[in-house]
Design a protein around this ligand. Structure first.
Ligand code: BGC
Ligand code: NOJ
Length: 813
């Protein structure tokens, strides 16, 4: 299987791009600890340390024409021809080009006129260093005299200032050069409050260097016609203000068949300044050091992904669940919604609801870091139960820069915490003193936060007894209380009317789900009175949902500020929304009277398309101040009837709850990027990671994806595939096996590390069913039910499951 631009190399866990002119730049991420790089298939992108806004090391120009034209570049000058192995920026035609996006690295190979250059970009685990491992080979029959020029453009650390405050920044920039130009240090801010420096070094002898962009590129040139590579020699420029860059010049003479290997080192030195930077450069100049570092990176990913591997009859599910989906979940751990080709690294930091949902996708990979993330998030909750909507990764302090009063936020903390405890069995997290953002040092524990979350929703209900929506719920664009008419105000930060009473059925469904989770947690802790108390308030909410929010064939989405229904058959547009169907069903509404099934049938009939499930129908054709930002988008895009992928796995899970495997798999595959290679000219985004949105049927460009990488789709697609379809569900007392698979699947295998034990699970389906566990054998011994008990102290156990007529009860109450 392969597309016009590239193909999956499943064995190598790489996506191989064979044409550089992909429909959009196709991105990969470098880094796993503190230093991160965005790296496209032509080497474009930038590097930052911890925080893409406050510690930006290299510069990017957003929304540029051409797209993606700043990055980590190497110019090759061979005779009078100048080319780049990644094609950009010179775009000189290449004889051969290949980009392999792998796990934490990108390897670009370009060849022209018998010269082949390979650049492998990666950040080794444990070091704040981005390495560019270079090999230059003469594949021809005559000696080659080459000149190479490296290029990075430094950012003056605070990215917003850097791209807006030129009256200051043009006079701030400073550099220091050591080792004859092999070690270039970006030292801006050093004379004031910054101790950190950025190093751009080369392990090869250099023939020259530049640090001034005007000198290297030319004030009126683009990077594709940079003056120094075209002219042939570096100028030794020292930047004084303006735009500091790092560029090395190398001279290489290669006999036929000969190659040279060396590296460029882009390092962030937080403390220790230039001497520490030079030590780092020396360390990576040692023979074998870069190869060792790469081997460490590979071992890191081998270890992580060995925790869950899938082998099932669907090749898309296999590669996504075993490799790419987990990889994307790690990107959401590292970056939340901050830095991608659609997120500037300046606008948004770590989102409260976003990161809590992301936990579901990485908790099995990095349980300790997930624990810390949950505690960091909880620390940005306020004592009344509401939350800061985001925090800045460097400071970990919450802020309201992108708004507040999103009244679903706090409930996601219950969902992430319970997922963590089920995965790890570590109930000590519940007793961690976290305190609240507005009462620092107060030391209330995490369980107190979960109660605060539940308590807030209960105490803030509207005329129908349903939760108030506040500024918006999960759907950021459903602003039912702000009535914004001013073009100059942000929809997200606009004020809400005093005493606003709009209610959210989606939050009600999420509350049912979160409360059910808390009931089970309390039972697990042996606190039955608390469990009963939460079960009672859940029942009260369920009654309100069933009596007030059922519309006849689906659940209403919300009630607006005047208590009129939104997402109801009585509306002229926006009659049915996906979110309330998903969360009411997942929360357990409509379970006994067929409403759950009817609601999902309505989703199938009215919202489901071959490209995925549309957020609502019919699309809004005009702006409606009483609904807010949602109606600001043209029909078919984003929240206005786009295929907002994040919601789709919720429906997959909901179908699984009802045992409807064919619908569940169809829903799962509809948004799966790996299925898109054949329609890539329409889809445009990377075929190896989920996108936030695919334009819906009402759009002018249906099927076109946008906003790939940083989306809650990643975590939920992973949960829907592994826990919904394959039914491998971590639970408090063991691993539950509850598959919901198409009848045609005869068998599948999963290896899953759970509480330190490797479970090798084989599920066979001799009778062509879609679920139900007839027999469960653990290491050859029959076990009743569908729960594989905990097996502490073992390294691995084998689990054999045979499916039979009746499905076991769903794991989630
Ligand atoms: C987008 C939403 C996003 C929000 C974040 C809106 O413009 O449509 O998808 O969640 O911005 O602030
Ligand atoms: C993207 C945001 O990151 C997320 O928080 C929100 O729930 C969705 N958009 C839907 O509006």
């Amino acid at each position: 299987m392969s597309g016009e631009y590239g193909a999956f190399d499943d064995a190598a866990r790489e996506y191989v791009i064979r044409r550089p002119d992909t429909p959009l730049p196709w991105l990969n991420y470098l880094g796993q600890d503190d230093l991160f790089g965005l790296c496209t298939n032509t080497g474009g992108g930038y590097t930052f340390w911890r925080d893409a806004r406050l510690r930006r090391l290299t510069r990017y120009r957003y929304n540029d024409a051409p797209l993606d034209s700043v990055g980590r570049y190497l110019y090759v000058r061979d005779g009078d021809t100048v080319w780049n192995p990644g094609w950009k920026p010179a775009k000189t035609p290449l004889d051969r080009y290949e980009c392999r996006h792998g796990l934490g690295y990108t390897r670009i190979r370009g060849a022209r006129d018998d010269v082949e250059v390979e650049l492998c970009f990666f950040v080794p685990p444990g070091d704040d260093v981005e390495l560019w491992a270079a090999t230059v080979r003469n594949t021809g029959a005559t000696t080659k005299q080459l000149r190479l020029f490296s290029y990075v453009e430094f950012c003056l650390y605070e990215a917003l200032d850097d791209m807006t405050n030129f009256q200051s920044t043009y006079s701030l920039g400073e550099v220091e050069v050591a080792r004859g130009g092999a070690a270039i240090f970006h030292t801006t801010g050093h004379r004031a409050r910054r101790a950190h420096v950025t190093l751009f070094g080369c392990t090869h002898d250099v023939a020259g260097f530049d640090t001034s962009r005007d000198a290297f590129v030319g004030a009126h040139n683009g990077l594709h016609e940079a003056a120094v590579p075209l002219g042939g020699h570096a100028t030794g420029s020292i930047a004084h203000g303006w735009n500091p860059i790092g560029a090395h010049e190398l001279e290489l003479e290669l006999e036929p068949g000969e190659s040279e290997t060396f590296s460029f080192v882009l390092a962030y030195v937080d403390e220790g300044g230039i001497p520490s930077g030079l030590e780092l450069l020396d360390r990576y100049a040692e023979p074998g050091a870069v190869d060792d570092a790469f081997a460490r990176l590979q071992a890191h990913w081998d270890e992580l992904l060995s925790r869950l591997q899938v082998s099932c009859p669907d090749p898309h599910a296999n590669r996504m669940l075993s490799t790419w989906n987990q990889y994307q979940c790690m990107a959401t751990f590292n970056l939340s919604r901050s830095a991608s080709l659609f997120e500037s690294g300046i606008g948004r930091g770590m989102g409260f609801r976003d990161s809590n949902q992301d936990v579901l996708g990485f908790v099995h990979l990095i349980p300790d870091r997930a624990r810390q993330r949950i505690l960091d998030l909880a620390a940005t909750q306020l004592s009344d139960g509401t939350c800061f909507h985001q925090y800045q990764p460097l400071t970990r302090e919450g802020n309201a820069e992108i708004g507040g009063n999103f009244l679903d936020d706090h409930l996601w903390l219950v969902v992430s915490t319970c997922a963590y405890v089920k995965e790890t069995g570590d109930t000590s997290i519940l007793l961690e003193p976290v305190g609240y953002a507005d009462t620092p040092g107060s030391g209330e524990d995490l369980l107190h936060h979960l109660e605060a979350s539940i308590g807030y929703t209960l105490a803030h209900r509207g005329p129908h007894g349903l939760p108030l929506i506040g500024h918006a719920d999960w759907n950021d664009c459903l602003n039912l209380n702000s009535f914004s008419t001013q073009p100059n105000e942000s929809f997200q930060t606009a004020d809400d009317v005093e005493g606003a009473v709009a209610e959210s059925v989606m939050i009600a469904g999420l509350f049912l789900y979160a409360a059910a989770e808390l009931v089970r947690l309390y039972r697990q802790l042996g606190r039955d009175a608390d469990a009963d108390r939460i079960a009672d308030v859940r029942a009260e909410m369920l009654a309100a949902v069933e009596s007030e929010a059922w519309d006849g064939e689906w659940y209403v989405r919300a009630f607006d500020a005047e208590s009129r229904p939104v997402g109801s058959r009585v509306c002229d547009e926006g009659q049915i929304y996906v979110e309330s169907q998903a969360w009411c069903v997942l929360g357990g509404a409509g379970a006994r009277d067929g409403r759950a099934h009817r609601a999902l049938d309505s989703v199938h009939e009215r919202l489901t398309t071959p490209d995925g499930i549309v957020l609502q129908q019919p699309a809004y054709s005009r702006y409606r101040a009483e609904l807010g930002e949602i109606a600001s988008y043209p029909p078919g895009y984003k929240e206005n009837a786009g295929i907002f992928c994040h919601t789709n796995p919720w429906i997959t899970l909901a179908w699984c709850r009802l045992g409807e495997a064919e619908h569940a798999l169809a829903t799962y595959l509809a948004i799966c990027p790996s299925t898109r290679e054949e329609r890539i000219e329409t889809y445009r985004c990377e075929p190896y990671v989920y996108a936030q949105m695919i334009a819906g049927p009402d759009a002018a460009t249906p099927g076109e994806a946008k906003n790939s990488w940083l989306t809650g789709t990643a975590a939920w697609a992973f949960v829907s595939g592994t826990q919904g379809l394959l039914g491998i569900v971590p639970d408090y007392d063991g691993l539950r096996i509850d598959p919901c698979i198409p009848r045609t699947w005869e068998k599948f295998r999963v290896t899953r590390r759970f509480r330190g034990v490797d479970y090798e699970i084989t599920v066979t389906n001799p009778a062509g069913l879609s679920g139900g566990v007839r027999s469960l054998r653990v290491d050859g011994n029959d076990v009743p039910g569908n729960l594989v008990p905990l097996a502490a102290g073992r390294d691995r156990i084998s689990v054999d499951v045979v499916l039979a007529e009746t499905r076991a009860a769903a794991a989630v109450p």
